[in-house]
Design a protein around this ligand. Structure first.
Ligand SMILES: Cc1cc2nc3c(=O)[nH]c(=O)nc-3n(C[C@H](O)[C@H](O)[C@H](O)COP(=O)(O)O)c2cc1C
Ligand SMILES: [Fe+2]
Ligand SMILES: [Fe+2]
Length: 402
């Protein structure tokens, strides 16, 4: 990867690709890696917007050296988001540029002290404040909880560039070009952006809506997030996608997530899948929760209006990996889904009941009938499956956005 890539006159991407970290936040798989995007504005003042994970501090220093030589220092480090995947390099930056001022809000300063033990050379900004760089001006917009309490965005007014932090970001490294307009229309781009959204940002969707309202008046020529593509060709595309995702708006699609130890629940799953297809569902994704990482299941559920959960009863309750998925959905506070439920039990039952309790907690609509077989599936269950699938297909169609 080149050391730096110009994104506008005197504005450079100076980030890094991380192909070493296997699990983002120790949890979310990174089969295509992830980028930490840092940006340098070379004006009368030199500003670095966000940094990188500590593991890559040296790479960032090299990128800066290639641009600035040994002579010009970085005057300001703007910390839009202090999560260590972006602020990890701060200590090395302070050693390299002892005069550098760190720009953040009240919360950033509080976190900076506790996270990095740094309490000097600070410039505290409030919502709407501006910082003159010489020829151009930065404006700060506080966007709390997108993704942490200190999160803010920085707008370079003269260029129409929004440095948006984690918002509008995606998983995946940037080897083929850092701009959206350099890539073919490839499903991976949206898939990895949605996976990032659902895994990392989804829980704070209402705050994303607040941030979008705040940004509504801005002329956006470019959206430059801290992960993934820089949106230059069509910046509205990612903003519109975030708007849809954070309103929980879904497509005419169904996800079928199930587990099965000995095949009884799996046989019902097959019947449900066929029945849904017969009922007109064209976009159906099936996940065995013991095999698919919840990262991918969450992503698919985020875009699907309908969900069907199938579970055996296991030690009086929901199968553990199904339970894990349900608890993640609860944590992510996903709203407005329509649910079908099926399962199998041997004696006490409890699996299907657990999923019903989850649906009540989520205030999700459950389509009837709920299908529950004692051990093996019988003819009556197949009739119920047909009814459930037809009811779900109907609801999913009704909710399809015009
Ligand atoms: C380890 C284990 C624990 C189970 N615990 C219960 C239970 O607590 N209550 C119950 O009704 N059935 C229980 N069952 C029975 C299963 O729910 C039943 O066999 C079901 O048909 C399994 O579905 P499957 O073939 O899709 O795995 C248990 C089965 C296994 C293997
Ligand atoms: Fe973050
Ligand atoms: Fe991040």
């Amino acid at each position: 990867m080149e050391h730096h890539i110009a994104i506008a006159d005197g504005v450079y991407w100076v980030g890094v690709n991380d192909r070493r970290t296997k699990l983002f936040e120790s949890m979310w798989p990174l089969p295509h890696g992830v980028s930490y995007n840092a940006y340098l504005i070379d004006d009368e003042k030199v500003v670095l917007i966000d940094a990188v994970k500590d593991l890559f501090s040296g790479d960032l220093a090299g990128n800066l050296h290639a641009l600035l030589g040994g002579s010009r220092p970085v005057d300001y480090l703007v910390i839009n988001h202090i999560e260590p995947d972006h602020s990890g390099a701060v200590q090395l930056l302070r050693q390299l540029f002892p005069q550098m001022q760190i720009v953040g809000n009240k919360k950033t300063v509080e976190f900076l002290q506790h996270l990095h033990g740094i309490g000097d050379n600070l410039l505290v900004v409030q919502d709407g404040d501006e910082l003159a760089l010489g020829r151009r001006t930065l404006r700060f917009a506080l966007t709390p909880m997108v993704h942490w309490p200190e999160t803010m965005m920085t707008y370079l007014a003269e260029e129409g560039i929004l440095f948006s932090g984690d918002a509008f970001g995606g998983f995946g490294t940037l080897e083929r070009g850092i701009f959206d307009d350099m890539l073919p229309e490839h499903v991976l781009v949206e898939d990895e952006a949605l996976r990032y959204y659902s895994n990392i940002v989804g829980r704070v969707s209402p705050m994303v809506q607040n941030a979008l309202k705040k940004l509504a008046g801005l002329e956006l020529k470019m959206v430059a997030p801290t992960h993934g593509l820089v949106w230059r060709g069509n910046p509205r595309r990612i903003v519109d996608l975030y708007d849809r995702w954070s309103r929980y708006q879904a497509e005419e699609a169904v996800v079928l997530a199930y587990a099965s130890m000995y095949g009884n629940t799996e046989r019902i799953m097959e019947a449900v899948a066929h029945a849904l297809t017969r009922a007109g569902v064209r976009d159906l994704r099936v996940h065995n929760v013991a095999e698919s990482h919840p990262s991918y299941i969450l992503r698919d559920i985020w875009r699907a209006r309908g969900l069907v959960i199938g579970t055996p009863t296991y030690e009086l309750g929901v199968f553990p990996m199904v339970d894990n998925l349900l608890s993640m959905l609860h944590e992510k506070r996903l709203c407005e889904r329509t649910l079908g439920i099926f399962g199998s039990y041997g004696w006490s039952g409890g699996g299907v009941k657990g999923v019903q309790e989850f649906a009540a907690k989520m205030k999700w609509e459950v389509v009837e009938p709920v299908v529950e077989a004692r051990f093996a599936t019988k003819a009556e269950h197949l009739v119920q499956v047909e009814q459930m699938a037809r009811a779900l297909a109907k609801r999913v169609r009704e909710f399809h956005p015009a």
